[in-house]
Design a protein around this ligand. Structure first.
Ligand code: MG
Length: 305
């Protein structure tokens, strides 16, 4: 059976500036064996070219921009498909600015059709400008729902979801969140993977470390999902979720032999996990996209006019 992979990056391939042990060998095995794959990331700050350079510096060779699909590309695809003549006011970095520019979507600080919120630092001045655009009727779009993003094992930074939440609170408008787990991200990534493959794929597997984005989105898009424990999810917290991964692995290194032989292992889960899988407990970790917070009604702004 021909399988293609959609692979999350942070927590799957690297953490901070360190490769996860075995990740380089896994990617080389995919390349050498002609297995179709795309890296799928909610980080809308870098361009695909930036990401391929980053992985090269980390020791993974042979990748080009076609191996990456970011939430920035997903946002640009969404706008060029649904509203190609729109204009945008963007809070974000190179990834989203370049993606929109490549699809000829114009910047507009006066009467944009959309305020687009991506990853990266903002300023009160930019947020105020975005707020004014929303008051003039612009719709609010975020490249991804992540409220926070890992910077190191002990440090996080605010994500695009938090910036969008700020504007939701100030304007009373709800944002539409692209990126994982939105089905549009998975649908477009699957299409890109099919274009990249020389044969028809019978199966697409999402590999990721985050339940709310990688595993939930794959489940809702009808794909298999492999959860790796090398990133943000602890084994004990998997049982907190109503959706479950198809398999649980220590890391992508568990898959390298399967990719080399082309034969799926009959083991459902990483052998190292053993009987612990049957004893899911309740974890106290906060969730990265905090779906419950997202669906909570936000306070309306004080109406002064
Ligand atoms: Mg991740």
């Amino acid at each position: 059976m021909k399988t293609g992979y959609l692979i999350d990056m942070d927590g799957v391939i690297y953490r901070e500036n360190n490769l996860i042990p075995g990740a380089a060998e896994f990617v080389q095995a995919l390349l050498v064996n002609g297995v179709p794959f795309i890296f799928l990331t909610n980080n809308s700050a870098p361009t695909p070219e930036d990401l391929s350079v980053r992985l090269k510096h980390l020791g993974i060779q042979g990748l080009t921009s076609k191996h990456f699909y970011t939430s920035a590309l997903n946002t640009a695809d969404f706008l060029s498909e649904t509203d190609p003549s729109c204009t945008v006011f963007v809070i974000g970095e190179g990834g989203i600015l370049t993606a929109l520019h490549e699809r000829k979507i114009a910047n507009d600080a006066l009467h944009p059709s959309y305020v687009v919120v991506g990853e990266g630092a903002s300023t009160m001045e930019k947020l105020t400008k975005a707020h004014e655009c929303l008051e003039r009727g612009a719709r609010l779009l975020a490249t991804n729902p992540d409220n926070w993003c890992p910077v190191s094992s002990e440090k996080t930074r605010p994500g695009a979801g938090a910036t969008a939440a700020f504007l939701e609170a100030s304007s009373g408008r709800r944002a539409y969140y692209l990126g994982k787990p939105n089905g549009y991200m998975f649908h477009r990534a699957r299409r890109k993977l099919a274009e990249l493959s020389l044969v028809t794929l019978e199966q697409v597997v999402m590999i990721g470390d985050t339940m709310e984005t990688d595993i939930r989105g794959a489940f809702e898009a009808g794909m298999q999902s492999f959860l790796v424990l090398s990133g943000s999810t602890q084994l004990e917290s998997i049982g907190d979720y109503v959706y479950q991964p198809t398999r649980v692995l220590q890391s992508v290194a568990d898959l390298t032999a399967e990719v080399r032989t082309g034969k799926p292992s009959d083991r459902l889960d990483s052998p190292a996990l053993g009987p612990k899988l049957n004893s899911f407990g309740r974890g106290g970790l906060r969730h990265q996209t905090d779906i419950f917070t997202l669906h909570k009604p936000r306070p309306r702004p004080a109406m002064t006019k």
